[in-house]
Design a protein around this ligand. Structure first.
Ligand code: BGP
Length: 462
């Protein structure tokens, strides 16, 4: 078959998922509460149709079935996360044997099916006991996280060779400390900056631990959601606003994690507004010495920015949005279910930026996907015809391929996600999977896109 877009033979094809969104059995087998379990207990009305994280797609019990399906649709790699509150449920630091067995079984099952496990250590799921100590605002919690990371490396790195310290660390900052969509629902820019800073320290410290173990043929990185900030126009006011959004939401993590230092402009901005976090002398050296060895890029949507139209209300909390307005570009293509713009070229722009300004660090698309509501309406002969998802995939893969043609160091593409999963406060509103999950029966039914990706992987292109 004549292929228009051919990918390298060792390209990582697969998908990504996370513990809190797929494992279910939230507090069974010795698992302790994390902030999602707790928040749902306290305020179930904050979750779509009041569906919480206790069952999800029950990966905890159904992992064998799921891994078999992954194999069937051609996965050669799969990223999941370890749940800190499952592995180390109490303050004494003791490992939960049942959790250890579960993760060992998952890893072994993946390897037996020739699927390489990529493990992420933290996917928005702060253990409640750690949140009670101050969460990411506290250095005590940073140290506890580093101990937990070390336990994971020691338990699993004989078989797991790709590790990540965090998934999208800026999201808990935005959700939990600025915009009220994660627990603890704080709205406070200064505390948000402290949380962001401490997360970066935690990541660097975990990388230091990892390197000290000299694990053969392995590497450790971080997963960042990079949302290119496109200015409305070339008007200097728009350019300035877009640059600030980029500094706050992309470069605040990208620069320290990949280049080992914060952008001067960001430091200046933070200082000018009295937002500087508490720091310890050796921190900056730690960051410098422990950059990531590769990078996962999550990409869903661009950020479009214009200069602020009005003066902010001086009585309302000081926020990142004091510096810019979001811009709704006329004619933009939308995924209306999620309310996110679809802009396939974003993938290319991100990769070119990494090539030109970040040493062409080895990277891959670690999440990209399309959450659609009421997918049952597209059922034809018992199968969801998600042709819109296939178009979405094609569009993004085409631009990714172009970036590779132009020399970007891209190693793979993981879709979000394998099976419809629990999407935080959106719960099961929008469905992302290659595989449909029947919530009532827990039955797994491949969608059209599952058959499409299977062919793509088989041919290494399309
Ligand atoms: C990313 C997260 C995932 C996933 C995805 C889709 O930010 O890493 O956990 O949820 O976005 O977003 P949502 O579930 O909010 O629709």
């Amino acid at each position: 078959m004549e292929l228009k877009y051919k990918f390298p033979n060792d390209f990582w094809w697969g998908s990504a998922s996370s513990g809190p969104q797929s494992e279910g059995t939230s507090i069974d087998d010795g698992k302790a509460l994390n902030i999602w379990d707790y928040w749902y207990e306290k305020e179930p009305y904050r979750f779509f149709n009041e569906v919480g994280p206790s069952l999800t797609s029950d990966f905890y019990h159904k992992y064998k079935q799921d891994i078999k399906l992954m194999k069937e649709i051609g996965h050669n790699s799969f990223r999941f996360s370890i749940s800190w509150s499952r592995l180390i449920p109490t303050e004494n630091g003791k490992v939960n044997e049942k959790a250890k067995n579960f993760y060992n079984d998952v890893i072994n099952e993946l390897l037996a099916n020739d699927i390489e496990p990529f493990i992420n250590l933290y996917h928005f799921d702060m253990p409640l006991i750690m949140q009670d100590k101050g969460g990411w605002e506290s250095r005590v919690v940073v140290n506890e996280y580093v101990k937990y990371a070390r336990v994971c490396f020691e338990l699993f790195s004989d078989r797991v060779k790709k590790w990540f310290t965090f998934n999208e660390p800026v999201v808990p900052v935005e959700g939990g400390y600025l915009y009220d969509f994660h627990y603890p629902n704080v709205v406070d820019f200064k505390r948000a900056v402290q949380v962001a800073y401490n997360t970066t320290i935690a990541s660097a410290q975990a990388i230091k631990e990892f390197k000290s173990l000299n694990i053969l043929n392995s590497k450790i990185g971080i997963i960042l959601n990079l949302t290119p900030s496109y200015p409305r126009s070339n008007n200097p006011a728009d350019l300035k606003a877009a640059n600030i959004a980029d500094l706050l939401f992309n470069r605040s993590f990208l620069d320290p994690c990949v280049m080992g230092k914060y952008p001067e402009e960001l430091i200046k901005l933070v200082k000018e507004h009295n937002l500087l976090p508490d720091m310890i002398d050796r921190d900056l050296q730690l960051i410098k010495d422990n950059v990531v060895q590769f990078l996962g890029v999550n990409y869903y949507q661009p950020r479009r920015i214009k200069a602020k139209a009005f003066m902010p209300n001086p009585e309302s909390p000081f926020m990142p949005d004091n510096f810019f307005d979001n811009y709704e570009m006329p004619g933009r293509k939308m995924n209306v279910s999620r309310g996110w713009e679809i802009y396939e070229k974003g993938v290319y722009d991100i990769m070119i930026n990494l090539k030109d300004n970040y040493g062409n660090i080895e990277s891959y698309i670690s999440e990209n996907g399309m959450g659609v509501q009421n997918e049952e309406q597209f059922i034809k002969d018992g199968m969801i015809d998600d042709s819109y998802r296939i178009d979405f995939l094609k569009g993004h893969l085409t631009w990714l391929h172009k970036s590779m043609d132009e020399g970007c160091n891209v190693k793979g593409y993981h879709m979000w996600t394998f099976i419809d999963n629990w999407s935080w406060s959106n719960a099961y509103k929008n469905r992302y999977g290659f595989i449909q999950l029947d919530l009532k029966t827990q039955k797994r039914i491949p969608k059209k896109s599952a058959y499409w990706i299977k062919e793509v992987v088989k041919n290494n292109g399309f």
